[in-house]
Design a binder for this molecule. Sequence first.
Ligand code: ADP
Ligand code: MG
Length: 277
Amino acid sequence: MFVTEPGSSPVLRLGAASFGYSDQVVVSHVDLSVDPGDVVALLGPNGSGKSTLVRGVLGLADHLGGDVEMFGVPRDRFTDHTRIGYVPQRHSLSASVRATAEEVVAVGRLPHRPWWRPASATDASIVREALATVGLADRARTDVATLSGGQQRRVLIARALAAQPDVLVMDEPTAGVDLASQHVLADVLHRLAARGTTMLIVTHELEALELIVNRIVCLRDGVIDFDGTPAAYAAHELAHEAGRHHHVHVTAPTRGDGRGPLRSPQVVRGRTGGDHA
Ligand code: ADP
Ligand code: MG
C-alpha cells in the first residue's frame, strides 16, 4: 500500500552506484538513500543524467558499478517489481490507442492477479479511486485519444497508482503539459505526499513542487552536486548567486513532523548574520 511503516529499510539505497549504456558511464558514484515517506526532487540541467539515474535504478539503463538496493534487497535479487511505480519522461498515450481511461488504468492491476483470473470488484474500485486521485473520475469512459496531453499524463500516473506501489518514480511529470494541467498535476502530487506516498520526482519545475518535497538532489555532469533539504538548497543556490559581496539569511518554517518545510524558504537578501538554514 501507499504508506510504509516507519523504521523499515530504505526504499532505495545507492552506494557509489554508476549507470550508463553498454560500457559508457553516464552517472557515476552516486550515494543516495530514499526513506519511506520521502518526497525527493531530482534536479539538474538537461543531459546531466537524471533519466539515466532513475532508469538505472529501475533496471532500464545499465548498472555499471556500486550497490543498488530496493527495499533492503540488492537490485539483482529484487523481484517484487509491483512495489515500484514508474511514469517515464515525455510519455503520453499514442493517438492510435483505442481505449478508455478506465481500461488504461486497469492495466496497472494486471501484475496483481494471475492472467486467468478476471478483474474483481476490488480491482474496479482501485481503478476508480486512482482516476479520482488524478481528478479524472468523470472521464473513466472517455477514449484516451480525445484527452489533452496533460490529462493523458494523469491517466498514466493513475495507471501507476492502480498498481499500489510503495514508491512512485516520475520523470518530469509536469513537463510539456499546458499550464492548467501542470497545476492539476502539482495538486495530485500534493495529495499523494499528504498521504505519505514515497516519491522520487525528476523535475525542472521545482516551484510547483517545492511545497511538497522534503529533499532535493541535484545532478551535474553525472555526479551528485547537492543533496539536502529545500532550505539548504535555497542557501546553496544563493551562495552561488550572491558570491562574496552579499550577506544572505535563509529561514524555512517547518511543518513540525521533521519532514521539511511547510512552505518555501523565506529568503531575505542583504541581511547580515549567521546562516540558520
Ligand atoms: P537528463 O535526463 O538529465 O536530461 P539523460 O539521462 O537523458 O539526462 O542523458 C544523460 C546522457 O546520457 C546524455 O549525454 C545522453 O546523450 C546519454 N544517453 C541518454 N540515453 C541514452 C541511450 N539510450 N544510449 C546512449 N546514451 C544515452
Ligand atoms: Mg531526462
